[in-house]
Design a protein around this ligand. Structure first.
Ligand SMILES: [Zn+2]
Length: 232
């Protein structure tokens, strides 16, 4: 497997994904998050407990995983991904996990991973709907192939407005880790997972690249992270 994995966003998705990757034998996990642990996080962000309240998520997650999975190396990165540090951090790892909480950040990470040819696994969850998309840049569809433009805030329900079940976001995080392992071991086709917990449906779909995708097609865009859409 690709053993150096960067988890960008260690929240409702990043916590279970990092845990599963550590369990599977990852040797080096970068854990990137600028936020602190809050009481409202604890029911779904499973790497933290009450003793971590107020601590950096990146450092608390790194400590938890390093103690539990020796000789795993964990690197806490208490920074938000931005245009100044994206190349430095993404280039230091073999594979990237998108555990981010806002759509514009997810597009920003998508565009950088595509630009750098870095394999990554996108995931998102709102209320009862979740999706996971493993991406091999230049070979499979990226997030922007499926959604060319970031939807405006009024067009998308947010986690804050619609809510998200802790058990369901964990399930999607574990599925994200599973797809990361498949991707890193070149096992089978890379498919888009769409899961609906309300209807109890899970589908895997073939996603085709968009030849005029602005990220992996002929053009390229870099997003500004300005408008919050979704928070875990
Ligand atoms: Zn694309």
């Amino acid at each position: 497997m690709r053993n150096r994995i960067l988890v960008v966003g260690v929240g409702g998705l990043g916590c279970p994904a990092a845990l599963a990757l550590a369990e599977a034998g990852a040797e080096n996990l970068g854990l990137m998050d600028p936020d602190q642990v809050e009481l409202s996080n604890l029911h779904r962000q499973i790497l933290y407990s009450e003793k971590d309240l107020g601590r950096s998520k990146a450092e608390a997650a790194a400590d938890y995983l390093r103690k539990r999975y020796r000789p795993l190396r964990t690197v806490p990165i208490v920074e938000a991904l931005n245009a100044q540090n994206a190349e430095k951090f993404i280039s230091a790892y073999d594979l990237v996990i998108d555990g981010l909480d806002r759509l514009e950040k997810k597009f920003f990470l998508n565009d950088w991973c595509v630009k750098m040819g870095k394999p990554f696994v996108h995931a998102g969850v709102v209320r009862f709907e979740g999706q996971v998309l493993p991406v091999l840049p230049g070979q499979t569809a990226c997030l922007r192939c499926l959604v060319p433009k970031i939807p405006p805030p009024f067009a998308m329900p947010t986690c804050q407005d619609a809510g998200v079940l802790g058990s369901f976001s964990q399930a999607i995080g574990y599925l994200q880790a599973h797809e990361a392992l498949r991707l890193s071991e070149n096992r089978g086709p890379l498919l888009l997972w769409k899961v609906n917990a309300q209807e109890r449906q899970a589908r895997s779909l073939i996603s085709r690249r968009n030849p005029v995708c602005e990220a992996c097609g002929q053009g390229h865009v870099e997003n500004e992270m300005t408008r919050p859409l979704c928070a875990f």
